[in-house]
Design a protein around this ligand. Sequence first.
Ligand code: ZN
Length: 421
Amino acid sequence: MKLKRAFLFLLIAILSSLPVQAEIRVDADFPGGNVKVESIDQDANVVCVRPDLRDTPSNYFYFYFRVTGAENRTVTFKFPDKSTNFGAVGPNVSVDGGKTWKYLGEKDYYASGTKFPADQHEFTWTFGPNDSDVRFAFGTPYTQSNWDEFMAQYRAREDVRFETLCRSRLDKRDVELFRVPYLGQGKPRFYLAFTARHHACESSASPVMEGMISFCLSDAPEAQWLRQNAEIVFIPFMDKDGVEDGDQGKNRSPHDHNRDYVQELYPSVKAFKKLIVKESEGIPLVFMDLHAPNIRGGNNEFYYSHGPIEMEKMNPIWNRFRDKLAENQKDGTLKYEPKWDVPGRSDGKYNSIRTFTGKDGNLSSSRVWAQGLPNAYFTNCMEFGYSLCGNATITPVTGRELGRNVMKTLAEILIEDSPKE
Ligand SMILES: [Zn+2]
């Protein structure tokens, strides 16, 4: 009996001295988070997840989740039923709680041009001993905290305004409006409006908008001209709740924010239309809407813009914009190749007026709506690749660089088109 008890104590002592392995946990309980966890096999180190589609009726690819308790394990993440594809450089990984990101396939791509396999629906990650919070995402997440961090440098400036466009769709948050007010006398020559995140998950557009803002507020002569000649507004998050709650946003039911320009289901669309009509009345309007395209392949791996549907009126400006941007961006990290741009059409085919208005004409995108305004001067919709964007990845640095050149290009055109004093 004594021997048995001694053996039992010994066994307990041995077992309790073994390191206890924590349980792998997966969650999306943070701004921008999105995942549906199907299963976690703690013994085999296999996690099955898929994008949480919420009110997106068709398959969509956005996910952003956090893994804790996986230190010292090599874990395979599987997306069953091919529920998502990854971009050309694979899923994005952050080991510092979402502050910095690196695509899983970035090293291979830059070393040999090899892309992450398009038909691969799983990936593996080895967690180090200190990897207590590792995040995985389709693209590079960008939420309110990123915006606040970037805009902090401008808070003290007296020539800008931090305003609110309206309350958000779910009445949970304010929808920001950032204004660079016209400093000249009389009426501005131009009214410039820029929007992003009509489709919540399209985060690669956001660093580009940061770059556009930084150019506007710079000492460059074109920027000074803009501030003396134009009223400029930026709406960084048209679908604010979608961005913060981690929705796909694109194709949300019954229609998404960028098909809402007739029905005005969403307060931000209604408020934006009202603002533009009121403030730009009688002033030539420039409107640019920033997006991200599809997953990968072709022009999805580049920056490209959609040509105007009112082609006769705006094509000459669009073509000048393309030529100048190619010149301004030629030494930039993200290569811009105008051949990827998509010309506008009015014949009912792709990228036509019908694509953006629905077959009954009861839908409309922001760009089609803006083109129809009597004071529309130039309107454009721009797409910035999620992972690869012109042979390099969009990061806060490369996205801002492109954004600065987009704004410089626009300013050059508006300066050319203004009578000289
Ligand atoms: Zn979009």
